[in-house]
Design a protein around this ligand. Structure first.
Ligand code: NIG
Ligand code: FE
Length: 426
């Protein structure tokens, strides 16, 4: 059984969004840089965009699209010159967990490394303990608070991974909590099973037996409609490429797309493995090899860049941005929100960090948090662009030009979001 992504109740009728500046981020042939339109309008019907274009053409568009007898149902909003972009898409988050890890932040400031803390039973495992101790309602409540903070910063679609339960029932609880976040807020949430995140204590010394268990659990979670994709942590403190391949085969047998935390701390050949399984994305990629880049380019696998984790771990090895660009691999940007390596809830801050740390252009960064992020969730035909037929999900910004979104940092310029054709209010 497949579960449709959570979507809001469609608003009734037609809506005319007027007096905006637009950065459509459309990749239609002939679109200008940014899809820039300094005086633009949008027409939406229910949860879809019907028309987007220059304000001076809006009346003609209304005539063409709106049946005369529905004209009295036309709502309208004056946006007073705000910039409208596609709603941001945070395509890599670990939003569901118990507890925090501020103590480990202090330990790392005193010299301990992320790997040392993990090997000593901290890191992911300490969050697993706190997550298992929480009820599903508690997990939903804390994740909802985080999701609302992301939305206040312009996010209208997000991916949420499990990965801190690490048993059949605890992972199921996290996956259900992720679904409930989407249903409660009425936004598109893609739920990813990340049981292959770390070895739980009850499988100590038996990593292959844990992989067998995951392969047994996947069909049962899938039968309950809890999975949209399957992920893993391919690393010397996670799982080997051979172990991840077994998980991917089980996912493939269910028709589920895969993705992978690959080449974050070392080169494990994870990106090439992911590409062999036509992965939606390979994520992190600081230690990505030329062979990995070539495999991703051939498979159309998105490079999911996570500047928050790079910054927070004080990594010095950069992902191979120039080579990815030259190979034509689409680059997405996400928060990687998690309690250990990236406790940020601002995707707009990641736009800036993708430029300052990774040297993306501001336009590449915004494309990475909209159009390419949509592709990385398998939603490229419906999300991430302001374009007729696409979902009416957009973010409103008090800035003069879209290049200011990456130029500013820590400056919350978002003035609201429209999700499924409706002004979002939490
Ligand atoms: O994406 N790399 C593995 N997973 C997370 C970190 C998880 C944690 O430390 O809790 C990441 O960075
Ligand atoms: Fe992650």
């Amino acid at each position: 059984m497949t579960h449709a992504p959570s979507t809001p109740t469609p608003s009734t009728g037609w809506h005319w969004w007027r007096h905006a500046k637009l950065a459509t981020m459309s990749d239609e042939p002939g679109s200008p840089a940014w899809g820039w339109c300094p005086q633009g309008d949008l027409l939406t019907h229910g949860d879809r965009i019907v028309w987007v274009g220059a304000s001076e053409q809006a009346e003609a568009a209304l005539q063409a699209h709106l049946p005369a007898d529905e004209r009295n149902l036309l709502g309208s909003t004056d946006l007073h010159g705000l910039l409208v972009t596609p709603g941001l898409i945070d395509a890599h988050t670990h939003l569901v967990y118990g507890g925090l890890r501020a103590n480990e932040f202090e330990m790392r400031l005193k010299g301990a490394t992320y790997e040392e803390i993990a090997r000593a039973g901290g890191g992911i495992r300490s969050t697993v303990t706190a997550t298992r101790a929480a009820t599903e309602d508690e997990l939903v409540a804390s994740a909802l608070g985080r999701a609302r903070t992301l939305v206040a910063d312009g996010v209208t679609t997000m991916e949420i991974k499990s990965g801190y339960g690490l048993s059949f029932e605890h992972e199921a609880r996290c996956l259900r909590a992720a679904r409930r976040v989407g249903d409660t807020l009425g936004l598109t949430v893609r739920v990813t099973g990340l049981a292959a995140h770390a070895l739980p204590p009850e499988f100590d010394g038996r990593a292959d037996a844990y992989i067998d268990a995951i392969c047994d659990w996947l069909p049962r979670w899938h039968a309950d409609g809890l999975l949209d994709a399957v992920d893993g942590f391919c690393e010397n403190i996670g799982f080997s490429a051979a172990q991840m391949e077994r998980v991917f085969r089980a996912a493939q047998a269910l028709g589920l797309p895969v993705k992978l935390h690959a080449e974050q701390l070392s080169d494990q050949g994870g990106a090439a493995l992911a590409a062999r399984f036509n992965a939606l994305s390979a994520d992190h990629l600081e230690y990505l090899s030329d062979a990995g880049i070539a495999a991703m380019a051939a498979a159309g696998t998105v490079a999911m860049l996570l500047p928050g984790a790079y910054y927070y771990l004080r990594e010095t090895k950069l992902p191979p941005i120039a080579a990815l660009r030259a190979a034509g691999v689409p680059m997405a940007i996400a928060t990687d929100h998690n309690p250990g390596t990236s406790p940020t809830l601002s995707l707009s801050l990641m736009l800036n960090m993708a430029c300052t740390l990774f040297r993306l252009t501001p336009e590449e960064a915004l494309a990475g948090a909209t159009r390419h992020a949509a592709t990385a969730l398998g939603l490229g035909a419906s999300h991430g662009q302001l374009r007729a037929g696409f979902r009416a999900d957009f973010a409103l910004w008090e800035v003069g030009h879209p290049n200011e979104l990456a130029y500013r940092f820590g400056d919350r310029a978002c003035r609201g979001t429209v999700i499924g054709g409706r002004r979002f209010s939490s």
